[in-house]
Design a binder for this molecule. Structure first.
Ligand SMILES: Cc1cc2nc3c(=O)[nH]c(=O)nc-3n(C[C@H](O)[C@H](O)[C@H](O)COP(=O)(O)OP(=O)(O)OC[C@H]3O[C@@H](n4cnc5c(N)ncnc54)[C@H](O)[C@@H]3O)c2cc1C
Ligand code: FES
Length: 337
């Protein structure tokens, strides 16, 4: 057993050999910021002030090699090997909203493309639910395991998500084929570290792959609402014309904001098209200037390989990793445990 002092809690916890800092802190009633509990989201990022921990496998999106060598750890992966002192990250790295358990009912299910639905849930709780644009919640349909979904919008107590059907998946075929209006659904959150940094007034590069638009749409909308002149450029990677959705919303934003750019990028275009074509990472590589003095921020969400390849291009173009905020949509096939 090792003693771990947590600065913000102003007390120590006793962590059993082999247990993580996060699980013990939560068991001891400490409201330690976290999200996925699986090394994927960065929501539990912390500074190790003293002592030694072993980190079990985690995603580079949650903690970069640079952050690791600067003394940061992930509390959900950190197994102490000595007494330690830690503090969780504050500043702009953590969105602080109360994490709530919401009782919801299915209000609407609308097919947006051949494999994406808009799911709307009405929140029955009276507690005020808040989130930062880009964050996700856990959604639990009765009889099914919880899954993470990014909040596309939240208006008049209706939560909306864009959900892609994954053949062979557990939850999404159920949502497509069997979920009925009025069914009860449990939602927990918000969570996650990929959210709009409202203080930042420099250019924004918003990059979504497929249903990744669920996380990126609210970021774009909120940024333009907050600063109508802010430079915001959205790239939406999909396979073909038939996979484009919500384009009417972004076309309208383009009419209203000269500083907003919107480009669907087709990776497997079949017909003749005036749209951009190719893999999103290739298009970014061709279009983005290289600069050492980038003052922009990039927000990325969608399939992990797409997020990874686009992130590599951004780093090559001069973005610092602290200005790249990414939510790869990991599924059960990618779990690190
Ligand atoms: C932070 C975050 C936000 C997300 N937001 C969204 C969103 O807004 N919209 C969205 O559409 N998705 C989102 N996702 C993905 C979502 O959480 C689900 O993972 C996705 O919908 C698939 O769920 P499923 O139950 O249908 O498939 P799963 O059961 O997870 O299966 C997915 C794939 O993995 C395979 N698989 C299942 N179990 C295993 C196993 N044990 N070993 C190997 N392979 C396995 C399946 O055959 C299938 O091909 C997000 C994920 C994260 C982490
Ligand atoms: S809670 Fe630790 S990385 Fe998500």
């Amino acid at each position: 057993m090792f003693s771990v002092y947590i600065r913000q809690a102003e007390r120590s916890i006793d962590v059993e050999v082999g247990s993580t800092v996060l699980e013990t802190a939560l068991q001891d009633g400490i409201v330690y910021p976290h999200g996925c509990r699986a090394g994927n989201c960065g929501g539990c990022k912390s500074r190790l002030h003293s002592g030694e921990v072993e980190l079990s496998p985690y995603s580079e999106f949650a903690l970069s090699a640079e952050e690791r060598s600067d003394g940061f750890i992930l509390a959900c992966r950190a197994v102490p090997w000595s007494d330690c002192e830690v503090s969780w990250c504050e500043l702009d790295d953590v969105a602080v909203h109360p994490v709530l358990e919401l009782s919801c009912v299915v209000k609407n299910i609308e097919k947006l493309t051949h494999d994406i639905v808009s799911l709307q849930l009405e929140v029955l709780n009276t507690d005020a639910f808040e989130f930062s644009p880009g964050q996700f919640v856990y959604v639990e349909f009765e009889g099914y395991p919880k899954r993470e979904y990014s909040i596309a919008s939240f208006t008049d107590n209706i939560l909306e998500f864009y959900i892609r059907r994954i053949d062979g998946g557990t939850v999404t075929p159920f949502v497509w084929d069997y979920l009925m209006l009025g069914e009860k659904v449990r939602v927990g959150g918000p969570h996650g570290n990929m959210f709009l940094r409202e203080q930042h007034d420099g250019p924004i590069l918003a990059i979504a792959g497929g249903s990744g638009l669920s996380a990126i749409h609210p970021i774009v909308a909120a940024a333009l609402r907050l600063r109508p002149e802010q430079s915001v450029r959205l790239y939406h990677g999909i396979r073909d014309e038939a996979d484009i959705f919500r384009s009417e919303v972004f076309e309208q934003l383009r009419l209203e904001h000269q500083s907003f750019g919107y480009d669907p990028v087709l990776s497997e275009s079949t017909g003749k098209t005036a749209r951009k074509t190719g893999l999103l990472a290739q298009v970014l590589n061709q279009e983005l200037p290289k600069s050492e003095a980038m003052d922009g921020k990039a927000y990325l969400a969608g399939p992990p390989p797409m997020v990874r390849s686009c992130r590599d291009v951004l780093v090559d173009k001069g973005f610092q990793s602290m200005n790249i905020h990414a939510d790869p949509f990991f599924t059960e096939a990618d779990r690190l445990d």
